[in-house]
Design a protein around this ligand. Structure first.
Ligand SMILES: Cc1cc2nc3c(=O)[nH]c(=O)nc-3n(C[C@H](O)[C@H](O)[C@H](O)COP(=O)(O)O)c2cc1C
Length: 167
């Protein structure tokens, strides 16, 4: 690559972030419980399906996240695809140190993990693998159960939440 297409950091980092912000994506809130039964979660757009047989999905979690050690060890987690009314909740789950589960309507599933009842899609995952990916960890989960809700999902584009229309 020429110098003109390879700007130095932090310009390169900014350009990368801006490029990623122009890729519209759904938004997920990923939750789990630690061995003491405490609930943890974070907002993620880095969600993607990986495999059909077995059914695998991935989500990438920054190594700097407070919840990283918990997810690194977790045997199960839940991926919730959220809708536009969850935008404030998604921002809360993107805020380090926030009281993420307070008055948000989460309930314990059969395993004691926090489940958001009215998500667009709920994917119950069992740990398949965790791989290093730069400064993130790629959490690969096998989907053992899927619940489809009735809402249309939120779309995150240019750092804002948007409703889906014309579908
Ligand atoms: C729309 C949106 C999407 C995000 N996607 C990711 C993601 O895919 N992976 C990630 O590690 N952090 C992502 N973040 C940031 C985390 O949600 C945030 O850093 C969170 O607070 C990390 O967990 P912690 O509170 O335990 O540190 C995203 C934030 C927003 C607002």
């Amino acid at each position: 690559m020429s110098a003109s297409t390879t700007p130095a950091l932090p310009d390169r980092a900014r350009a990368f972030r801006d490029a990623m912000a122009t890729f519209p994506s759904g938004v997920t809130i990923v939750t789990t419980s630690d061995p003491e039964g405490r609930w943890w979660g974070f907002t993620a757009t880095s969600f993607c399906s990986v495999s059909m047989q077995p059914p695998l999905v991935l989500v990438c979690l920054a190594e700097t996240a407070e919840c990283h050690p918990v997810f690194q060890q977790a045997e199960q987690w839940i991926v919730h695809v959220i809708h536009p009314e969850h935008a404030d909740l998604a921002l809360r789950f993107a805020t380090r140190g926030a009281d993420k589960f307070a008055d948000a309507g989460f309930v314990a599933d059969d395993e004691g993990l926090p489940r958001l009842p009215n998500a667009c899609v709920t994917l119950y995952c069992t740990r398949h693998a965790a791989h290093p990916g730069g400064d993130h960890t790629i959490l690969l989960g096998e989907v053992r159960e899927t619940v489809l809700g009735e809402h249309l999902p939120a779309v995150y584009f240019r750092r804002r939440f948007h409703p889906l229309s014309h579908v």
